[in-house]
Write a protein that binds this ligand. Structure first.
Ligand code: SF4
Length: 299
């Protein structure tokens, strides 16, 4: 169980717990993978707990989670299992969340997102060179997925870009990435810039400095993105949701904990402007709690 903020989703049922699970393997080969033990695992037995779709949905309900997240590795590679789990969740009123690289063909994309209530899609960089060299995949299918989710589905969409020093964090690339989002997806899709920490095959670069995250956020805001966040780093302003109209604080956060709530019926309580997203009247504060769950305990 995680706070939904950890996915990260900041505009989808903030302050609620999500039951998170994944399998093993991935259809990308990111050299900076932060979950390499899972995504590159061939050792299924060391990782696996058995869980039917119905058991996952039932467990989420019993634990009072509002949603189930397909995460840790790429859900496209367990498409059928994810869709069956989403079907079981929907029967019990549990929402579904995909945390994905968005690298998927058009046909499965259509079926998959028909079952997802929210998605956080990694946009790992903004050049084909970067995608090819560092992820073993390509950029264009990811852009196609972003446009598909935004224009053809009711799935709530947020985007995450992990900034890696010297590889995908130039002003030019950030200008291009954020301008593309505004032009093709509009101003209301939240964008998270998160800090890289040396991992897997990229151990010789330093962690992303906070100054880079802040610079990226400023570029995004200047280009018209209304909700832009910094993550994996201590940055109170960068983790706050501000009203895009009056600029007052709508949701305060301290890492995954909500510290302030100034929304009423999804609108700014100061000026009445709607904040994009899905909000419950009385958001909880599930905060920084994180519980490991053995599904076999619920069978
Ligand atoms: S898409 Fe995610 S899980 Fe897969 S290799 Fe890349 S970083 Fe790792």
């Amino acid at each position: 169980m995680d706070p939904v903020e950890k996915k990260p989703l900041f505009h989808f049922l903030p302050g609620t717990p999500v039951l998170s699970f994944g399998t093993a393997g991935c259809n990308l080969g990111c050299k900076f993978c932060q979950n390499a033990d899972i995504s590159h695992s061939r050792e299924m037995d060391t990782l696996a707990d058995s869980a039917s779709p119905e058991l996952i949905a039932k467990t989420a309900k019993t634990l009072q989670c509002r949603s189930v997240a397909f995460t840790y590795n790429e859900p496209a590679i367990f498409h059928e299992y994810a869709v069956e789990t989403a079907t079981a969740c929907r029967k019990l009123g549990i929402k579904t969340v995909a945390v994905t690289a968005g690298y998927v063909c058009a046909e499965p994309r259509k079926e998959f997102y028909a079952w997802m209530d929210a998605a956080n899609v990694d946009l790992k960089g903004f050049t084909e060179e970067f995608y090819k060299k560092y992820t073993d995949s390509s950029l264009q299918p990811v852009l196609d997925t972003l446009i598909y989710i935004k224009k053809e589905t009711s799935t709530w969409l947020e985007i995450t870009t992990l900034l890696i020093p010297g590889l995908n964090d130039s002003d030019k690339e950030l200008q291009a990435l954020t301008s593309w989002i505004v032009k093709n997806l509009g101003q209301d899709v939240p964008l998270h810039f998160t800090a890289f920490h040396p991992a897997y095959k990229i151990l010789d670069l330093p962690p992303t400095p906070i100054s880079t995250l802040r610079k990226a956020r400023e570029i995004a805001l200047a280009n018209g993105i209304r909700y832009c966040y910094t993550g994996n780093a201590e940055d109170p302003e960068g983790e706050t949701t501000f009203c895009h109209s009056c600029r007052k604080k709508l949701i305060g956060r301290n890492w995954y904990e909500l510290t302030e709530w100034n929304l009423k019926d999804g609108k700014c309580k100061f000026c009445g402007t709607a904040c994009a997203g899905f909000f419950e009247p009385a958001a909880g504060n599930w905060g920084s709690k994180r519980l490991p769950v053995r599904l076999s305990d619920f069978a």
